[in-house]
Design a protein around this ligand. Structure first.
Ligand code: IMP
Ligand code: MG
Length: 422
């Protein structure tokens, strides 16, 4: 397989976990390069549902090596919990997992600050996952963060942690929040560090050696294009580069070694958390929630739902350089007729073909829709493109045409077998 960057081309939860799982069959190595345990990647394998947060979904396939790259922020307790959870389910986690020594740590004060800042924001809150992601990346950028290489040197870690807790307790006091106890945290995190030590490595060098041996790498994106700290709907975004460039900076693999960018979109749109979603539609949301679909894998929150937004998808194709397109959850629209696609925005009487950068302007954009007939037939059993109803084929082809990428995968259900390769 060519070295592939897989990105979410919407607001996250595009069904990336499942597509990654299918593609991993052909890759040697799977790399996570950004985000943290705010991510929730659902994979169904042999009737068992796995939800992965930090560990690449490749862990479920034997013989694949998984790498948590330098661009990821790691909550050591969450990672240990995830490793042990997988082991309990019979999944081997050992030499098949590597953790970058440069990855930054998410510590308890990050989580409390995340929560406190959200409370302070009130109605203007971001709707974060409260996993401490923003404050951890904030420390990284401020050059005051602790990293994996600190955690595995107990004396270094304890000294740095002590200073950080002292500083953060003053900040927490200003919020009126409870202080954090250094001894408790130190003990728990050092214990987690001991458990993680065998996995920690210079993953940059390791990946370059693998490239020299012609190994193929799949870069597993987390979240989605419009949650990108630079290109997303700021400030309603996450704190990392979720777009294709993040795969390079977050892993140390240079751009010219990347061969293909695969964008994943749902056949409709969803978003968890606050911020505009121009095509949001209550009827679609109710229908999907009644089907038991579209609840967040990390927080369990019901996702907001709407029509496919081709303005957003086209912009995502541009920023990420999307070559190939995977459309997931097509079966979610099986009973909808007609189906709408947003092909432009109207703002103050003017037509826009790209999303405005300003959050308030985006909020005021009205979608311009085109209508396509629905197929009103279950698609979950389709094995080939020809098995899909004609109206469904027309619909996905139209999405690919509007996005400007080659359609290569259509997914009609959560399991591996429900994947149509074109
Ligand atoms: P944070 O990443 O927890 O700081 O949350 C910032 C925003 O990104 C919120 O709107 C979250 O709901 C959203 N978000 C973070 N991670 C994911 C994800 O994996 N899928 C979908 N939305 C996410
Ligand atoms: Mg998710």
């Amino acid at each position: 397989m060519a070295n592939t960057i897989l990105v979410g081309a919407q607001w996250g939860d595009e069904g990336k976990g499942k597509i990654i799982d299918v593609l991993t069959a052909k890759a040697d190595i799977v790399v996570r390069s950004q985000g943290g345990n705010n991510a929730g990647h659902t994979v169904i394998h042999r009737d068992t549902k796995y939800i992965l947060h930090l560990i690449p979904s490749g862990i479920l396939r034997r013989g694949k090596i998984c790498v948590i790259g330098n661009g990821v922020v790691i909550d050591p307790l969450a990672l240990v919990g995830e490793i042990e959870g997988l082991q309990k389910m019979g999944i081997a986690v050992g030499k098949n997992l590597l953790i970058s020594d440069c990855a930054h740590l998410v510590l308890p004060y990050h989580r409390v600050l995340d929560e406190q800042r959200e409370i302070l924001k009130g109605h203007a809150k971001i709707g974060t996952t409260k996993r401490g992601i923003g404050p951890a990346y904030g420390d990284k950028a401020a050059r005051t963060g602790l990293r994996m290489c600190d955690l595995i040197q107990p004396e270094v870690f304890s000294a740095k942690l002590k200073a950080k807790i002292k500083e953060n307790n003053s900040i927490l006091a200003a919020f009126g929040a409870n202080p954090i106890n250094f001894r408790d945290v130190n003990e728990k995190y050092l214990e987690a560090g001991e458990k993680l030590r065998p996995f920690v490595a210079n993953t940059v060098v390791w990946l370059h050696r693998a490239l020299q041996r012609n190994k193929s790498i799949l870069f597993e994106g987390a979240q989605g294009t419009f949650l990108d700290i630079d290109h997303g709907t700021y400030p309603y975004v996450t704190s990392s580069n979720t777009t294709a460039g993040g795969a390079c900076t977050g892993s140390g693999v240079p751009p010219h070694r990347m061969d293909v960018v695969l964008g994943v979109v749902k056949a409709y749109t969803t978003r968890v958390g606050e911020g505009s979603l121009p095509t949001e539609d209550a009827e679609i949301a109710d229908m999907l929630h009644e089907m038991g679909r579209e609840f967040g894998a990390t927080t369990g929150r019901p996702r907001r739902c709407g029509w496919f937004d081709a303005v957003a998808a086209r912009y995502a194709a541009m920023i990420n350089g999307i070559d190939e397109l995977a459309i997931t959850n097509l079966d979610g629209l099986d009973s909808v007729d007609p189906i709408r696609i947003c092909v432009g925005y109207r703002l103050n009487g003017k037509r826009l073909d790209v999303p405005p950068s300003d959050a308030a302007q985006l909020e005021n954009c009205e979608p311009i829709y085109e209508k396509l007939p629905g197929w009103k037939t279950p698609t979950e059993a389709a094995k080939t493109f020809a098995d899909l109803p004609g109206a469904a084929r027309t619909y996905v082809n139209r999405l690919a045409e509007l996005t400007g990428a080659k359609l290569t995968i259509v997914s009609v259900g959560p399991s591996r077998g429900q994947t149509i390769l074109l």
